[in-house]
Design a protein around this ligand. Structure first.
Ligand SMILES: O=C(O)c1cc(=O)[nH]c(=O)n1[C@@H]1O[C@H](COP(=O)(O)O)[C@@H](O)[C@H]1O
Length: 236
């Protein structure tokens, strides 16, 4: 009698479905859905195809958690309205830029209480040099910590930071806030435009709850197999 291998639980990965068209996004969602906990729909897909596409992608992926990455950043009244506009999609996560400040984050959290308003601290594509150029001189870690504390006080229930800062942020905000790290690259994978990066294993070991991974999966010849391989590596 052969004993079937125990099924591997979906990995704590949000796949970034940054696709140029809806068919590609549906294909990716179907392929990676069995292996991951979350599907991330961002501006590229949302702006071109809207709510209906988000619903279809989610269906193709087997109803995984929806991470709606719209990175809202505007005055509080406008952000509250935008948050209410996506309530029907029931996203598990909705991103806002932490630099929008306390009132803006609070407005989003009050407008969408069932969703984890997710504050993006300092984009993982930005280097220390980039931060200096926009007047945020000093180590990225300082800005990330400051924005994390402010965001949580304003009602954010999840934070996006790079794997480099996740341990320090965890120490700052405690166990109940979900920490999400993009800038995740399997060893040897192309960095693309990301600068503050680590491997999936390292990001989880340092305290991340959810890893955002896009091109290393969606750019693979077989995105489903690539997702299965990372999920298997993380489950050991
Ligand atoms: O909010 C995000 O998800 C995000 C924040 C951040 O600081 N850096 C970052 O890369 N992201 C998103 O994470 C995904 C990363 O994709 P890859 O670089 O292809 O793995 C993209 O969809 C980005 O929009």
């Amino acid at each position: 009698m052969t004993i079937a291998p125990a099924p591997i639980a979906p990995a704590p990965i949000a796949v970034a479905l940054d696709a140029p068209d809806l068919d590609t996004a549906l294909h990716w969602a179907e392929a990676v859905g069995p292996h991951v906990s979350t599907l991330k729909v961002g501006l590229e897909l949302y702006l071109a195809h809207g709510h209906d596409a988000v619903r279809r992608v989610r269906g193709a992926g087997g109803g995984r958690d929806l991470f709606l990455d719209l990175k809202l950043h505007d005055i509080p009244n406008t952000v509250a309205g935008a948050a209410r506009s996506v309530a029907g999609l029931a996203p598990a996560y909705l991103t806002v830029h932490a630099t929008g400040g306390t009132a803006m984050i609070r407005a989003a959290a009050e407008a969408l209480p069932q969703t984890r308003i997710t504050a993006v601290t300092v984009l993982t594509s930005m280097s220390e040099q980039d931060l200096g150029d926009i007047g945020l001189a000093g180590p990225a870690l300082d800005a990330v910590r400051r924005l994390s504390v402010l965001s949580v006080a304003a009602g954010a229930r999840a934070l996006v930071c790079s794997p480099h800062e996740v341990a320090a942020v965890r120490a700052e905000v405690g166990p109940d806030i979900r920490l999400i790290t993009p800038g995740v690259r399997p060893a040897g994978a192309a960095l693309g435009d990301q600068t503050r990066v680590a491997t999936p294993e390292q990001a989880l070991a340092d305290g991340a709850d959810l890893l955002v991974i896009g091109r290393p999966l969606t750019g693979a010849a077989d995105p489903g197999a690539a997702a299965a391989a990372i999920a298997a590596a993380l489950s050991v």
